[in-house]
Every structure is written in structure tokens, then in C-alpha cells.
Design a protein around this ligand. Structure first.
Ligand SMILES: [Fe+2]
Ligand SMILES: [Fe+2]
Length: 179
């Protein structure tokens, strides 16, 4: 029998309070962990309803709070400082990432709607299948998206941003978290 902790298991990277780029990368590991939780929990739901719903709620809550702040870190703090320093083809990489944030947002909204159905109905095969399909699409989208951010965007940031700009980004990220 899986517990909620089993469904949610995975490494919890700490990230660095001082290096905003490390913090963003560590957040990507947490996103991957929650995607795995969603996949495991929806698969276990027919057998372990309560534990699975608790794990699903926890993962969706992460995306609605930490996940939203992470996207704001990128769209409001990192990308605007990078864009003026990039070539046209490099800017296109960032523009695609922003477009993918919008697509991920739609999939998150769909998961939230389906989670309500999972809670309020008995066995709802249609909702379970739709939720599973949505998780697969989200994992596929994030797989490419995170790989680009961890390699190309991190490279742009390390080579183009000044120490002052990195400190500004770090300050904004902390402010976003009430620190
Ligand atoms: Fe992103
Ligand atoms: Fe990201």
C-alpha cells in the first residue's frame, strides 16, 4: 500500500539563496518531482483514492504557488534583463519559452478542473483518463522547456548578466516570496 509520502517521494533540491540561477534550476527539479507525483497518484487513484487525491492536491498546490512564482521570476526578472543582450535568434528562444508558459498555464487550469471532478464524483473513468493525458502533455512540454532553460538560457545568463543584475534578480525573487 502506497502512502501519500510514497506518492510524493523524490529528492528535494535546496537551491541557493544567493545564486538566482541555481535557485531556478533547483526549482526545475521540484517541478519534475511534482510531475512524477501526479503521474504516480493518478495511476494509483482507482486503488487508493484518499492517498492519491491528497498527493494530487499537494502537487497542484505546488504548481499554483511555487510554480507561478517561478514563471514570474523568469518572465519579470530574468528574461527582461536578458532580452536586450541577445541576438535575434537567441531572442526567439526566449519568446518560445514565454509561449510555452502560456500553454503550461492552460494545462494547469485543465488539471485543476479535472481534480475537482476526481474529488466530487465516484469512479469517473473519463476524468481519470483526461487527467492522465493532461499530465503526459504537461510532462512532455516541461521536458523540452526545462532542458532549454537549464542549458541555453542558463548559458545566456551566466555569460551576459552582470553581478549587479544577478543581485537585482535575487532581490526581486526574495521579495516575491515575502523575504
Ligand atoms: Fe520557464
Ligand atoms: Fe523555468
Amino acid at each position: 500500500m502506497l502512502t501519500v509520502a510514497d506518492l510524493m517521494r523524490g529528492p528535494r533540491p535546496a537551491g541557493s539563496a544567493h545564486d538566482p540561477l541555481e535557485h531556478l534550476t533547483a526549482c526545475h527539479r521540484r517541478v519534475e518531482q511534482r510531475l512524477e507525483t501526479l503521474a504516480r497518484a493518478i495511476a494509483a487513484l482507482p486503488r487508493q483514492r484518499e492517498e492519491s487525491l491528497a498527493a494530487i492536491d499537494s502537487a497542484l498546490s505546488f504548481f499554483a504557488t511555487n510554480g507561478v512564482r517561478h514563471t514570474e521570476d523568469e518572465e519579470m526578472s530574468l528574461f527582461p534583463r536578458l532580452l536586450p543582450k541577445l541576438t535575434e535568434s537567441e531572442r526567439a528562444v526566449i519568446e518560445l519559452l514565454e509561449q510555452e508558459h502560456g500553454e503550461a498555464g492552460l494545462l494547469h487550469s485543465e488539471l485543476e478542473r479535472l481534480a475537482v471532478r476526481l474529488h466530487h464524483r465516484g469512479p469517473d473513468e473519463t476524468a481519470i483518463e483526461a487527467f492522465e493525458a493532461c499530465v503526459v502533455r504537461l510532462a512532455s512540454l516541461y521536458g523540452r522547456h526545462i532542458a532549454v532553460e537549464d542549458t541555453q538560457v542558463a548559458g545566456f545568463a551566466r555569460s551576459r548578466l552582470t553581478a549587479v543584475e544577478l543581485t537585482e534578480i535575487s532581490t526581486e525573487m526574495k521579495r516575491r516570496r515575502g523575504q
